[in-house]
Design a protein around this ligand. Structure first.
Ligand SMILES: *[C@@H]1O[C@H](CO)[C@@H](O)[C@H](O)[C@H]1NC(C)=O
Ligand SMILES: *[C@@H]1O[C@H](CO)[C@@H](O)[C@H](O)[C@H]1NC(C)=O
Ligand SMILES: *[C@@H]1O[C@H](CO)[C@@H](O)[C@H](O)[C@H]1NC(C)=O
Ligand SMILES: *[C@@H]1O[C@H](CO)[C@@H](O)[C@H](O)[C@H]1NC(C)=O
Ligand SMILES: *[C@@H]1O[C@H](CO)[C@@H](O)[C@H](O)[C@H]1NC(C)=O
Ligand SMILES: *[C@@H]1O[C@H](CO)[C@@H](O)[C@H](O)[C@H]1NC(C)=O
Ligand SMILES: *[C@@H]1O[C@H](CO)[C@@H](O)[C@H](O)[C@H]1NC(C)=O
Length: 656
């Protein structure tokens, strides 16, 4: 009876959270028209409320039914020039508070954030079973375990092909989960009084079992042990961006232990010869090499590979201009022996985590939502990349030392060891047999939340823009009023107030979905999608206004934004970008490319079927334009969503 209560409590408690708002965090959603996500195990373990998240973007006016109809945000990479950075504002809300100074501030939990990404070249070389994708349905990828540690290569190939479905989301590779399942978990970790299961048949207690995931539940091909801990002690496919630490004094630890800059070991077994098997039971060198033929290999992480340099001198000699090449064994090496030329990663940025209020999604200091400006990487190969961004929100308690409590403190009645924390314990209050019960779930006492983006593209820059910093100006939020969208947010431009210099560029771009109906089931909140235009659809545009507290757009004659804009690049590639055409393009979300048929034929306002005045027949996503603006202050709104008493979708660009 007591046990049952605990289990029920554990489920009821699982509603806390981090939600990424820019880029749009999926919280495992894809395209469901319900307020609740359909499948919390689709790609990763978020431990968030079922209502959070944003659907994948659609290119056109209806919900995508093919991958080609989905819209992937396309950000320009940084260039190799020092004044050629690309800035993307990552914004999120987290629920239990974070940051603050132990001595002077309310500091109710220990908290750290880890931001990471992974990419692969978007050049058609990845096979169907390896291509990063959002998928077309909300099912979790399939998985059957290897039947034996000595699985034949042909058996593994067949198993992988059966497991990986082309129409489902894929983030971590299939091999990653195999590795995690077969490898012994780290038995030095503190697991309190949780009973971790083990793999029947394989004879191991794999790294899929952790204190937070004692039953080994699977989400996509994510590895639970890697998910719960950072920095991880084996190679991972993730690249570190930043760690927002509980205490800045820990930054040196994170920065030097990051797999970006520190190699990590993995046991390599072979099918035969130098043909590497992608999994091994062993998690340490001694046990690994005690089996003949195995090798313990230190693997390196990398931004991308540079196969054009085929020798060590050529490779390391190519370093310069802020790019460092290293000659090392990549973590995905086919033999675990051959060194390759790799573009090195930089150590992650590290700073103290921003302060946020507890029990409240959204408020940081001065009411600003938590954010981090990601300087997008530069890929020297010039190849576009398909990528996913991940943020983890990790909170722990001081009821036991969060960093130095280890397996020696795990509950072990044979050895007479009691865990320092136990499930829903009773505490005496001096009233004899009348104690109080505390709400403690040891699987969540010390807990990691997560959100991830949908797939986005990092594109090489258009020629001639290398020496300009680029600011990404996007839209966050989804259709509905404040209680309907919660814990996602209402529409807004992001950054809402963008400050840039005359030599900088702004990339205006947005994405929307046609399936944000927010219908039943509504879970813990309201259903419904109050808003203008066709139900379930997001639409955006930009029209200039005079001052921020007005809501009526300026007539073209009075606008300055488009007259002061030099178009460095625009998605349609046509040389028709007069201020009037640019204004038309931004106001119509790309529905009209120009005014006159002589300029852009069937895409002109003269020829094209009339645009709906609520943008219903305009595309949900807009790849936009890269603009250089003259000094000035520009205010603008979205004409469809800005609705004085209900919704404010206004922004400002200040050019200095
Ligand atoms: C960080 O740790 C140091 C040393 O333990 C301590 O003096 C300082 O107050 C801590 N800072 C915060 C923000 O908690
Ligand atoms: C979370 O914090 C704990 C300390 O309580 C640490 O052991 C773990 O590695 C952290 N995990 C992540 C993902 O930051
Ligand atoms: C190595 O792994 C084996 C099997 O998991 C374990 O029994 C042993 O304690 C480990 N040794 C070290 C040094 O971690
Ligand atoms: C990000 O947070 C900082 C610190 O609170 C704030 O100054 C800045 O305006 C925020 N940026 C955006 C784009 O919201
Ligand atoms: C705007 O607010 C009014 C009054 O609160 C409400 O009746 C109306 O439905 C709201 N409109 C939208 C689009 O939410
Ligand atoms: C806009 O300005 C142009 C030239 O300055 C003028 O010819 C035209 O009449 C104006 N249009 C409106 C609607 O005011
Ligand atoms: C906002 O939108 C709602 C729904 O269309 C409408 O009822 C309301 O009148 C609008 N308010 C304003 C000020 O336009």
């Amino acid at each position: 009876m007591l046990k049952l209560t605990c289990i029920l409590l554990a489920v009821a408690c699982a509603t806390a959270d981090i939600y990424m708002h820019n880029p749009r965090g999926s919280n495992n959603r894809l395209n469901e028209r319900s307020a609740n996500r359909r499948n919390a195990n689709r790609a990763f373990d978020s431990q968030n409320n079922n209502r959070g998240g944003y659907n994948v973007g659609d290119k056109g006016t209806s919900a995508a039914t093919t991958e080609n109809e989905q819209y992937n945000m396309k950000y320009f990479q940084s260039s190799s020039a020092s004044n050629g950075q690309s800035y993307l504002t990552v914004e999120w809300t987290n629920q239990h508070g974070c940051g603050g100074n132990e001595d002077t501030d309310p500091h109710k939990v220990n908290c750290n954030m880890v931001l990471q990404y992974m990419c692969q070249p978007d050049d058609g070389t990845a096979s169907q079973a390896d291509r990063l994708r959002d998928g077309l349905n909300t099912n979790t990828q399939g998985y059957t375990r290897p039947a034996a540690r000595g699985e034949l290569k042909s058996t593994y190939r067949g198993r992988k092909n059966n497991n990986v479905k082309p129409d489902r989301v894929l983030q971590e590779p299939h091999e990653w989960y195999d590795k995690c399942l077969v490898r012994e978990r780290n038995k030095g970790l503190f697991t309190a009084d949780q009973k971790l299961k083990s793999n029947s048949g394989l004879g191991t207690s794999g790294a899929i079992y952790t204190r937070q995931n004692p039953n080994g539940n699977r989400r996509g091909y994510e590895c639970p042990e890697e998910r719960d801990y950072y920095p991880y002690w084996h190679p991972t496919p993730w690249k570190d961006i930043a760690v927002l630490a509980e205490n800045a004094s820990m930054c040196n630890h994170y920065q030097t232990k990051s797999f970006n800059v520190q190699s990590y070991g993995e046991c390599v077994e072979y099918y035969s010869g130098n043909d590497r098997r992608h999994f091994s039971r062993w998690n340490n060198q001694t046990k690994c090499e005690s089996e003949p033929g195995n090798r313990w290999v230190e693997f390196s992480n990398f931004l991308e590979k540079a196969p054009r340099y085929t020798s060590e001198p050529a490779c390391t000699g190519a370093s310069g201009n802020g790019i460092q090449y290293i000659w090392a064994i990549p973590y995905d090496s086919p033999d675990g022996i051959t060194k390759e030329c790799l573009v090195a990663l930089k150590q992650p940025e590290c700073a103290e985590a921003p302060w946020t209020r507890s029990n409240h999604l959204g408020n940081g200091r001065d009411g600003v939502a938590s954010n981090y400006t990601w300087v997008l990487p530069h890929f020297p190969s010039g190849k576009p990349q398909r990528c996913v961004l991940r943020i983890r929100y990790n909170i722990s308690t001081d009821d036991f030392d969060p960093y130095f409590t280890n397996a020696e403190s795990n509950k072990n009645l044979w050895k007479g060891v009691m865990s320092p924390v136990e499930q829903n314990p009773y505490v005496e209050i001096g009233a004899g047999h009348s104690p109080l019960r505390l709400a403690i779930n040891t699987a969540q006492f010390g807990r990691t939340f997560q959100d991830r983006s949908h797939v986005f593209i990092l594109k090489p820059r258009p020629a001639g823009t290398e020496n300009h910093d680029i600011y990404n100006l996007n839209v966050r939020g989804k259709r509905g009023n404040i209680v309907q969208v919660y814990p996602a947010v209402e529409y807004d431009f992001i950054p809402n107030m963008l400050s840039m210099m005359e030599n900088d560029l702004v990339h205006v771009q947005w994405t929307g979905s046609n399936s944000h109906n927010n219908g039943a089931p509504g879970g813990d909140g309201q259903t419904g999608d109050a808003g203008e235009g066709t139900t379930g659809t997001d639409r955006n545009n930009i029209v200039q206004i005079g001052v921020l507290d007005e809501n009526f757009p300026l007539t073209f004659n009075k606008t300055t934004l488009w007259k002061n804009a030099e178009v460095k690049w625009i998605y349609h590639g046509k040389n028709i970008n007069t201020p009037k055409n640019l204004a038309l393009n931004m106001a119509s979300s790309g529905y009209y490319q120009c005014k006159m048929a002589s300029e852009c034929a069937s895409e002109s306002a003269e020829r094209k079927t009339k645009m709906n005045n609520l943008l219903n027949n305009a595309p949900a996503s807009y790849e936009g334009a890269l603009l250089k603006l003259k000094k000035g202050i520009y205010h603008y709104i979205c004409s469809r969503n800005n609705n004085f008493t209900n919704r404010s979708q206004k922004g400002t660009i200040i050019v200095l």
